[in-house]
Design a protein around this ligand. Sequence first.
Ligand SMILES: [Mg+2]
Length: 318
Amino acid sequence: MTNTILDAVMGLAVADAVGVPVEFKSREALILNPVKDMQAYGTYNQPKGTWSDDTSMTLCLVDSLIKGLDYHDIMTKFLKWFSQAAYSAHEEVFDIGNTTRESLNRFTNGIIPLECGGMSEFDNGNGSLMRILPILFYLQTIYGDEFEKNDVAFEIIHNISSLTHRHLRSHIACGIYVCVASKLLKVENIEKAIKAGIDVAMQYYQNNDKYAVEVKHFMRLTDSRFKELNVSKIKSGGYVVDTLEAALWSLFNSNDYKTCVLKAVNLGGDTDTVAAVAGGLAGLKYGYNSIPSEWKTAIAKRDYIENLSNDLYKRLNK
Ligand SMILES: [Mg+2]
């Protein structure tokens, strides 16, 4: 049995590190000078292989799930990352989103974990989407391959998002993403897998009174021609809907891990997160061995990431 946790987490971390040096670069600048390989320095002046908050917070979730599902423990680990630079590439936190920072401040002030997340419409950055993927493996273990049929499974996805991002739109983005990840493991044809994941999630949200009003923000994904959209129609900023679309569009329009990640990075804007969100799925689809070995060799704390992923894998498959 392949270690899908290692596939996903390394896929995400490596893609994050490819995006970090060019974060905030415009698409126009990247068209003139596209990223073709993992680079050093750039935006944050970090050495090659440095991953960012996306990977750090994903690792917090991986580490916490080794002991089971405990929202307080997840938040404690997020705080340990932010305040002590635990779970970081080089003992330094060089970026954090505003909504995430505010949620950690609330946690520090004694607010219970599930009420820490921002819930205004402006709290719909990609900060929970970028770290949600490991919950897939927990849900598969507890509820089986067809966890999408279980309301409680969706509630857990939403709760994990709510720790920092409590708006319903962020919940839906995370739900769609985890459903697509699940289908990628079950449906061989990648296009059919992505569509099946979107469909099963959208059915759930359309039939749910609380969420139905928010579904309109995700309708482009249900269009059978979404894949064919011209790149000019794909936004790649920090808005959660844009990030989800950009990541899925990159996955739709590539046939291997490297192409998918470079496509995502070269969209510009929030390059590390769009790449991380796409890279987690590409890692799941194409596998650990498909990630270029020179990129894996360059990645900061490779052994640490792999050991943590292996520990969760062993724990969930016991
Ligand atoms: Mg980042």
